[in-house]
Design a protein around this ligand. Structure first.
Ligand SMILES: C[S@@+](CC[C@H](N)C(=O)[O-])C[C@H]1O[C@@H](n2cnc3c(N)ncnc32)[C@H](O)[C@@H]1O
Length: 415
């Protein structure tokens, strides 16, 4: 069976206990891409944009558009999330929504339609221009090898797993700041530690830092301009912190302290990144809020077992607004991991007919709840109860998204 739109937020957990980091969302997304060639809008962890060789490289598909949206505004699930839209191959134009303006662009998008290239290059160059070395980059440590010639490191972001490496960890046993990859860029994820981390973590040497220096560093790193800069780059370049931290890796600590003392941090940052008015406007486009947020307060509990993080209503509607559709009951929708129906419910509220809405989830209680919610909406929309039940039974199923054939008992129609 074919669907016009596949919309989802697939589960983020590992595929099994021995999955070696292979995540379910990869398999589900890949299955959707391969099985159907319809328009897809998926909310997934950022890593998917950069999966090389092993499975597929989403960012290389020429009909993919990464949507610039402020994820912190909607929810925080402990992994970095991106939103992408895969348009049907027949479509050669893409709708871009920015600052409430909508315009169309041909596919594939050129880089400078996403972010001014000049700005990107300019910031990339910064590393070599500043004076002080703050970010360790190429600094080596004086750590000792163990009897096997290995160094112990702690991979903190994988549940404090201990690993051994042949390469001396950066800043071995030194006081440092670690900002973990895969986490939201904010003050809560700024960690001061003596532990040793893998080569791919970004660390700042705090050896000669007093408390004021550290506070000033935080003010700099998490200033709204810098935060927005990081967000924009992470959304579009999907390469984690390695590239981003590079922008700050050499700067003058004393200069920063002086600027802050004179209440001129904004000036310091604008000058450091050589930002002009247009670029500043760009950084603050798309609703990115000036005030920093306390993400901890917003953090939702996330079930590691089932990956049941349900998409907030506002974000679902944001996703639905991305598609060009008159909501005239002419199209079909599939959510392959529909949970208790947050996405399908919003589609139903927009007036879609029960026969056009399809959903699958692994868990029966989710499916029961999903059907009940849809039923309530359809009753409010004055659909006949038998008609509602017929299609809810046919279209909303307890199934494994990876194994299901997506036929939804269509054959029954023949008899
Ligand atoms: C991130 S939640 C999203 C739910 C819903 N689409 C939403 O946006 O609110 C992922 C859902 O996938 C379901 N799930 C996990 N593994 C699955 C599988 N193999 N097949 C189908 N659904 C699965 C979970 O039960 C969970 O409800």
């Amino acid at each position: 069976m074919k669907f016009d739109y596949i919309i989802g937020n697939p589960p983020y957990q590992d595929i099994s206990k021995n999955s070696k980091g292979r995540k379910l969302y990869l398999f589900i997304t890949e299955k959707m891409i391969n099985k159907f060639n319809e328009e897809m809008i998926f909310l997934t962890p950022k890593q998917i944009s950069n999966i090389k060789k092993k499975r597929f490289e989403l960012s290389k598909l020429n009909n993919v558009k990464f949507i610039d949206f402020d994820v912190d505004k909607y929810f925080n699930v402990g992994v970095e999330i991106i939103l992408f839209q895969l348009t049907n191959y027949k479509v050669d134009k893409i709708k871009i929504k920015e600052n409430n303006n909508i315009y169309y662009s041909k596919l594939p998008l050129k880089k400078d339609e996403i972010i001014p290239t000049i700005m990107f290059n300019k910031i990339k160059d910064l590393g070599s221009k500043q004076e002080d070395k703050l970010f360790i980059g190429d600094v080596t440590s004086n750590g000792n090898e163990d009897e096997n010639g290995k160094y112990k490191i702690i991979i903190n972001y994988i549940k404090n797993k201990i690993r051994y490496t042949n390469v001396k960890p950066k800043l071995y046993k030194k006081k440092k700041v670690v900002i973990h990859m895969g986490k939201v860029y904010n003050e809560n994820n700024f960690l001061i530690s003596y532990d040793d981390y893998g080569q791919y973590q970004n660390m700042i040497d705090l050896t000669n830092y007093n408390e004021d220096d550290i506070n000033n560093l935080k003010l700099f790193l998490f200033h709204p301009i810098v935060t927005n800069l990081v967000k924009k780059f992470r959304i579009f370049y999907g390469t984690g912190f390695n590239n981003i931290i590079y922008f700050f890796r050499k700067y003058n600590k004393n200069k920063l302290n002086n600027y802050i003392k004179n209440n001129k941090l904004d000036d310091f940052i604008i000058d450091y990144f050589k930002l002009n008015k247009e670029e500043l406007n760009y950084l603050f486009s798309n609703d990115i809020k000036l005030k920093s947020k306390n993400i901890k307060d917003e953090k939702k509990n996330r079930s590691k077992e089932t990956g049941e993080i349900f998409t907030p209503k506002e974000l679902v509607n944001y996703m639905l607004d991305l598609i060009e559709y008159k909501w005239d009951k002419s199209k079909t929708f599939l959510d392959p991991t529909c949970g208790n129906g947050n996405i399908l419910v919003e589609i139903a509220k927009r007036g879609e007919d029960p026969k056009n809405i399809f959903g699958v989830d692994l868990f029966e209680d989710n499916i029961i709840e999903c059907k009940n919610r849809l039923k309530k909406i359809y009753l409010e929309h004055k659909y006949d109860i038998d008609y509602i039940n017929k299609y809810l039974d046919k279209n909303i199923k307890v199934e494994n998204a990876l194994e299901f054939d997506y036929n939804f008992n269509q054959k029954l129609e023949l008899f």
